[in-house]
Ligand binder design. Structure first.
Ligand SMILES: *[C@@H]1O[C@H](CO)[C@@H](O)[C@H](O)[C@H]1NC(C)=O
Ligand SMILES: *[C@@H]1O[C@H](CO)[C@@H](O)[C@H](O)[C@H]1NC(C)=O
Ligand SMILES: *[C@@H]1O[C@H](CO)[C@@H](O)[C@H](O)[C@H]1NC(C)=O
Ligand SMILES: *[C@@H]1O[C@H](CO)[C@@H](O)[C@H](O)[C@H]1NC(C)=O
Ligand SMILES: *[C@@H]1O[C@H](CO)[C@@H](O)[C@H](O)[C@H]1NC(C)=O
Length: 379
């Protein structure tokens, strides 16, 4: 019960509390609840786990990583029949902590907490966040990575996802040659999370690959359409189902960095569409490498063909989303030019879209004229 004195409930999202966990808000008055969401006490029936996976760092295989500061508490099936995996982040050491202390600081926890809920309400598939608790316990960190260690306060986030499995949960098993476990895990993931794939389909792993590829292309197009930069997806530990938030420098871009300009003369097989779309493809290549020992040579070539479709799926979705944003209803070739042009000029999207809400189609032309002739809207 020591935890009661050092942890304070900082914030709870009502939507998650009510509509995912079926709880009444009065529960937050309960000290035991605060204790549970900070990791001081287990929910009844919970058997905490830390997840083993690998990962790439700077494009190179970094070996086994694993949940170094996250504990999976269990699964909850709510009134609507949805199953959610409940996880704490910043809750202390695990067998995969290596030299880390298993803690998280307020900065990164607030970022994850707010960003995941913002993404949800923007309609982007994401993990969700229930609560943020802050601790008085000192956590020592070097926030600028320059040797200046400072004292910060720890925080714990309770977050939920349909699944916390990652591409690298499979990849680690292929790398270490644990092919029986690979098959068992993959069959489990398909059975639990890709219910429309028949378990007796001989091509089920190919179908699985094409589903994950499609979802990834759609997800990243969605990120790009709301100006969201993940940051850590660049280092690969990418969830199979939705965004896994991490401690990286993510946030919303106010204007598109030139590096994010999609190449509209992109042919099939080329993917210079901005860093995130590229990393999505990189991750899918890694997924395919992980699946390779379970595929026949025919299935492998089918999968390679599916991989080549990624740029096109991404582009198409991105264009659809951007067209919808701009109110282009038709399917005209000109639309693509306008979008390409808009992405090339370094305008402020906050100014752009707040102005869009107050103009009508009649003044549209003048508005465009305005935007490109005014310095104030260029960031
Ligand atoms: C929550 O619980 C309190 C006390 O038991 C009750 O008065 C209230 O109506 C409940 N609220 C909801 C939304 O069910
Ligand atoms: C994600 O990967 C990066 C580098 O590959 C690692 O530093 C980080 O701890 C990983 N995140 C989680 C939650 O495991
Ligand atoms: C590290 O960076 C921070 C912020 O720029 C600065 O305040 C601090 O003095 C730096 N420490 C060293 C040792 O350079
Ligand atoms: C691709 O994913 C999107 C988003 O989840 C979905 O709407 C669409 O039906 C999927 N397409 C295929 C061919 O599975
Ligand atoms: C787009 O791709 C083509 C073909 O690879 C290349 O020549 C061109 O420079 C690219 N454009 C941009 C803006 O990257």
């Amino acid at each position: 019960m020591l935890f009661l004195h050092i942890f304070r409930l900082f914030c709870v999202f009502q939507d998650v509390l009510r509509n995912i966990l079926d709880l009444n808000e009065s529960v937050i008055q309960n000290e035991e609840f605060v204790c549970c969401v900070s990791g001081g006490k287990l929910f009844p029936g919970s058997v905490p786990l830390a997840h083993r996976y690998g990962g790439h760092q700077f494009g190179y295989w970094a070996g086994q990583l694993g949940d170094g500061r996250a504990h999976l508490l269990g699964e909850y099936t709510n009134r609507k029949g949805e199953r959610w995996e409940v996880q704490l982040k910043g809750s202390g050491k695990t067998p995969y902590s290596r030299s880390g202390d298993g803690r998280a600081v307020i900065r990164s926890s607030v970022r994850e907490f707010l960003c995941s809920e913002a993404m949800h309400f923007l309609g982007v598939p994401t993990s969700r966040a229930l609560s943020l608790v802050v601790s008085e316990e000192p956590v020592w960190r070097d926030p600028f990575y320059n040797g200046s260690v400072i004292k910060e306060r720890g925080a714990v986030v309770l977050r939920l996802a349909k699944s916390w499995f990652r591409i690298s949960s499979l990849e680690i098993l292929t790398r270490t040659g644990e092919l029986d476990v690979l098959r068992t895990l993959l069959d489990f993931v398909i059975k639990e999370h890709f219910k429309s794939i028949a378990t007796n389909d001989p091509d089920k792993y190919v179908v699985f690959f094409s589903r994950v590829l499609n979802e990834t292309a759609h997800l990243i197009a969605h990120w790009m359409s709301v100006g969201f930069a993940h940051g850590v997806c660049n280092t690969d530990n990418f969830s199979l189902l939705s965004i896994t938030f991490d401690y990286g420098p993510f946030g919303f871009m106010e204007s598109y960095d030139p590096n994010f300009v999609p190449n509209t003369s992109d042919d099939e097989g080329r993917y210079s569409i901005g860093a995130q779309a590229n990393v999505g493809l990189f991750n899918l290549q890694k997924l395919l490498e992980a699946l390779k020992p379970l595929l026949t040579s025919d299935q492998l070539s089918q999968s390679l063909q599916i991989l080549r479709e990624y740029p096109q799926i991404y582009h198409q979705r991105f264009h659809e989303l951007f067209k919808a944003k701009l109110g282009f209803l038709g399917n005209e070739e000109k639309d693509s030019y306008v979008i390409a042009f808009l992405l090339k000029v370094n305008i402020s999207w906050i100014v752009f879209f707040s102005n869009c809400t107050i103009i009508n189609s009649y003044s549209f032309f003048y508005f465009f004229y305005d935007i490109f002739n005014s310095q104030t809207v260029r960031s």
